[in-house]
Design a protein around this ligand. Structure first.
Ligand code: E4P
Length: 216
């Protein structure tokens, strides 16, 4: 499973990229707004920090506007994945931009039928939003499983990018359901390494090593 970090914070991306555990980055207008810097400048900087896909979202809602913004974003760096909303115009723009060789991440997916359309439009990634479905008492993980089955039934190569991940459990369940990628905030990525028994066991080992005078 690939791990993308879901942030536009350069310091967090640099720290995580240095671990070698990160395969890409996703941003959205809300995350870029938090960074408080010019959009294209932030995306360029992120693209220089990571080799993998960096999702940058259009703000136009009509086909022509999406194509024009998508081409500008794609020109920033080779690893830009243009992020388009799952609307009719977004799907049309997806078909055009992927036809030009641009990676496209179709975002704001909340149903299996939407994911099926995105795959038919040639999307590189489909982003089902797990957490936002759970927020309204629907089953985000069931959506991932349904999309996995549909994509496997028809051999679509669109990658399932589990998004709106809020917890370590979401990551485990997405991996079990066969998502290709999980994008998550930096704190969720770091929380994957945490276990109280690891901390307890390490404390005991270190205490015993000190008592015995073990030095490496
Ligand atoms: C993914 O591409 C989105 O940026 C993100 O995962 C949305 O997460 P949220 O629902 O926690 O805002």
């Amino acid at each position: 499973m690939k791990f993308f970090v879901d942030t536009a914070n350069i310091d967090d991306i640099a720290e995580l990229a240095a671990t070698g555990l990160i395969d890409g980055v996703t941003t959205n207008p809300s995350l870029v707004a938090k960074a408080g810097r010019p959009f294209t400048e932030v995306i360029k900087e992120i693209c220089d920090l990571v080799e993998g896909p960096v999702s940058a979202e259009v703000v136009a809602t009509d086909y022509d506007g999406m194509i024009s913004e998508g081409r500008k974003l794609a020109a920033i760096a080779e690893n830009v994945a243009v992020k388009l909303p799952l609307t009719w115009d977004g799907l049309k723009a997806c078909k055009t931009l992927t036809g030009e060789g641009t990676m496209v991440n179709v975002t704001l997916c909340f149903s299996a039928n939407q994911a099926l359309l995105a795959a038919k439009a040639g999307a590189t990634f489909i982003s089902p939003f797990i957490g936002r479905l759970d927020d309204i008492n629907l089953d985000g993980m069931e959506l991932i499983s349904d999309i996995r089955q549909i994509y496997d039934n028809y051999l679509f190569d669109t990658e399932i990018l589990a998004a709106s991940i809020r917890t370590a459990n979401h990551v485990k369940e997405s991996a079990l359901a066969g998502a290709d990628v999980a994008t998550m905030p930096p704190n969720v990525i770091k929380s994957l390494a945490a276990h109280p028994l690891t901390d307890k066991g390490l404390a005991t080992f270190l205490a015993d090593a000190e008592k015995a005078g073990i030095k490496v």
